[in-house]
Design a protein around this ligand. Structure first.
Ligand code: ACM
Ligand code: ZN
Length: 754
């Protein structure tokens, strides 16, 4: 409606200077403004447009940014004036009276544009709003030149709901170039997001140059990939300063994360003396939670960490430093006499107490450098750090716990903020329903600083980063700035304004609620056999396949509309953008059997993060890979899998088999017990097997088996049945596992019945 209305105004009221004169952007902004009034007419941005400012330095900076923005696309040499505004001016000032420094007022009339911020931050967000009011062609650097650009008359009064609107970029699992990091900062700023949480260290890499410990990056930034190639990279201090300055101009604070005491294998490979005992010799090239952590019992560990943090504190102007603190397996500390001596000496009780003591010590050191510690919510275990900020990720109930213990909180739960998950598991609509202050009193909610979208990069590289970030980042930006709203209205604003704008910038937008690659299983009308077709919902991607278990290359056959796979095919799919491989691999086989396509009922639905390709994933005829993230298996946590299949009629059955995944690094274990029952009427059940006992898979702390799929089957069996019920009991992680005492994840794939 609005865009049509504006097109009309353009045609009637404005004398077209060029063929594009009537092109006026929709006012469908993201994030949604607090108060928007549409006026009459439009402002013409042209060669003679000037920027008028109050002569104060932060405003001068912002004016220069706006001038450059205009010049880059239009070629107009927009000059900056202090004093009396001239004709056709954009007037910038910071005099707005509002207790929120990020508040602003943007008034566009045919005569002039006025942007007034409560502080420099507000002024900058006014400029980012103005940018969204230009036609999307303004964002296309390769587009045609025009003599003028039209901006619809509006009055906008706006301010953010939360002060902390961030995104985590994990540059450790995969490396991202300086240019790519800057590009992301620019995208964040356009959406009025103001924090880049830069995850710089991990098990798989240390990316930040530290003068006193050169081996951190010489050794710790490089790993040997399974194919033998070397992979890595790091940032020099000059590059970091360049990024910080680029972000500052765009209103984005860069908050570094230096992980401790866990997720530190790369540092321990570089400096093995900081571990409790022999750490690995090689930087890991796979994913998960690793047992080697910084030794809490050695004074050298603290000398090292304090020296590192001193360099970090000096480099980064951010008043916050994130120290991780998540997923710390305690088994090395349990076996280490210096660590045990500290527990004894300090009366810490146990290893949780030791972790709390460790983090408190680091917190005190940061405080002495004028910095506030941020840690993941595990820093609450065993007693928190006074004055620290807690970033909640495990589940949102922890938000209240952290606030009651006196902390301010950043909220980024797996349920809404883990953008490394497939959109099939975390959809755009789910992100849009995010409420960081869910269930909190008004007083409690004051301690919620805001939230973050987390882009963990095990399966993300520069090639598919956009597909994971977008469109969900638009939802996160709106939720944190404006609060959630009407989803249909949000979607129409995406279609009318945000999507064309992002595409004009060259941003690739991923699916809203499905996997990038979709497998559709149908049944051939003539033969009754399964036929699998493949599609991608993203324009411009090519899907290629192999049938010999190798990874597809650009020479492999292309999947087209007419490609289909049949019973017995073993397929590996790869996805390519402009002939560059994306880190998306799908491995599956097609199996036909009696239960395929038959009704299946699950007593507990799978965890929302691992829903599988459909509710009937266990009987869809598709058998996925051992990778639990391939979207083809379903995952349960703290629930057994109880599946009941109705074959539709009585059939003679001689085999019932299920595949379970095993990946102890990812806390996935096969079930403790599997019970199979059968029935003719769905009422009276009888066992089809004795329960299968515990499967032995964990010896002396090492997962000795190379087989990470466990098939449970019963082949010496013949009976006429209609209903089959399989109960797979979730296991506890074994005693010598870092997560001992916790439930294991249970992942199941196709239940094959023959
Ligand atoms: C986390 O996802 N381990 C913070
Ligand atoms: Zn130790």
């Amino acid at each position: 409606m609005r865009s049509a209305w504006w097109a009309l105004i353009g045609l009637i009221c404005i004398v077209p200077a060029t063929a594009f004169a009537q092109e006026i952007s929709s006012v469908d902004l993201v994030p949604r403004p607090h108060d928007l009034r549409v006026g009459e007419g439009a402002f013409e941005l042209r060669e003679s447009t000037q920027i008028a400012i109050e002569p104060i330095l932060p405003v001068l900076d912002i004016a220069a940014y706006l001038g450059e923005l205009i010049n880059t696309r239009t070629g107009f040499a927009t000059s900056i004036w202090t004093g009396v505004p001239m004709d056709s001016s954009i007037v910038l000032s910071t005099g707005l009276v509002n207790d929120n420094p990020e508040a602003f007022e943007l008034i566009v009339s045919p005569a002039e544009i006025r942007i007034k911020g409560a502080g420099p931050g507000g002024l900058l967000w006014g400029i980012q709003t103005l940018r969204q009011l230009l036609p999307s062609a303004f964002e296309d650097r390769t587009g045609e030149q025009r003599d003028s650009w039209w901006i619809p008359a509006v009055e906008i009064r706006d301010k953010p709901r939360y002060a902390w609107r961030g995104s985590l970029m994990d540059v450790s699992r995969h490396f991202f170039s300086v240019e790519f990091v800057k590009r992301y900062i620019d995208l964040l700023s356009r959406l009025k997001m103001n924090v880049l949480h830069w995850h710089l260290t991990e098990d798989q890499a240390w990316r930040l140059e530290i003068d006193q410990y050169p081996r951190l990056t010489e050794v710790g930034a490089w790993r040997t990939e399974p194919d033998g190639s070397r992979y890595g990279g790091s940032y020099t201090k000059d590059e970091v300063l360049e990024i910080i300055e680029y972000a500052r101009v765009r209103g984005v604070m860069v908050v570094p994360e230096i992980e401790m005491p866990g997720h530190a294998t790369a540092a321990l490979v570089a400096y093995p003396e900081l571990a409790c005992s022999d750490p690995p010799k090689e930087v890991p090239n796979d994913w998960g939670v690793f047992p080697d952590i910084f030794c809490a019992g050695k004074p050298d560990t603290f000398t090292f960490l304090e020296n590192v943090l001193d360099e970090v504190a000096e480099l980064f102007p951010s008043p916050y430093i994130h120290i991780g603190g998540d997923e710390v397996p305690k088994d090395r500390w349990r076996d280490c006499s210096p660590c045990q001596e500290i527990i004894e000496r300090e009366g810490l009780g146990d290893e949780d107490g030791l972790q709390a003591w460790f983090i408190q010590r680091i917190g005190e050191h940061l405080a002495s450098r004028g910095k506030t510690l941020i840690g993941w919510d595990e820093i609450l275990d065993g007693g928190g750090v006074p004055g620290s900020v807690v970033q909640v990720w495990r589940d949102q109930d922890t938000v209240r716990e952290a606030i009651r213990e006196g902390h301010d909180v950043i909220v980024s739960p797996t349920s809404h903020a883990y953008f490394d998950y497939s959109p099939a598991a975390l959809s755009l609509e789910q992100v849009y329903s995010f409420d960081p202050a869910l269930g909190l009193s008004e007083e409690e909610a004051r301690h919620v600083l805001g939230g973050e979208a987390n882009l963990w990069s095990e399966y993300i590289t520069e090639a598919n980063f956009d597909l994971q970030a977008f469109p969900r980042l638009l939802a996160m930006a709106e939720v944190l700035w404006s609060g959630s709203g009407d989803f249909d209205d949000f979607k129409s604003r995406l279609e009318n304004n945000a999507y064309p704008r992002l595409r004009a910038m060259g941003v690739r937008i991923g699916p809203e609620d499905s996997d990038v690659v979709r497998l559709n299983v149908g049944t051939d009308a003539e033969s009754g056999e399964p036929r699998v077709r493949v599609e991608t919902s993203v324009d411009g991607l090519d899907v290629r396949y192999t049938t010999d278990s190798t990874s597809p290359t650009t020479a492999s056959p292309l999947v087209t509309d007419s490609t289909s796979f049949v019973e017995g095919d073993q397929i590996v799919l790869g996805v390519f953008a402009d002939d560059e491989p994306l880190p998306i691999r799908r491995e599956f086989s097609v199996v036909d059997h009696l239960a395929r396509g038959k009704s299946i009922t699950l007593q507990h639905p799978p965890d929302s993060r691992y829903p599988g390709p459909s509710p009937s994933a266990l009987t869809d005829g598709l058998l996925g890979s051992a990778d639990h993230r391939d979207g083809l298996s379903q995952g349960w946590w703290e629930h057994d899998m109880v599946a009941t299949i109705d074959l539709g009629e009585e059939r003679e059955v001689e085999l019932i088999s299920t595949t379970f995944l095993r990946n102890l690094r990812a806390w996935i274990a096969p079930p403790d017990t599997v019970i199979v029952e059968v029935s003719r009427d769905g009422q009276n059940w009888q066992p089809a097997s004795k329960p299968v006992g515990r499967i032995s898979y964990w010896v002396n702390g090492e997962d000795v088996s190379r087989e990470n799929r466990v098939q449970w089957g019963n082949g010496r069996y013949r009976e006429v049945v209609r209903y089959i019920r399989i109960t797979a009991r979730q296991d506890q992680l074994p005693d010598d596992h870092p997560g001992a005492g916790h439930a294991a994840w249970l992942f199941a794939d196709e239940i094959v019945v023959r």
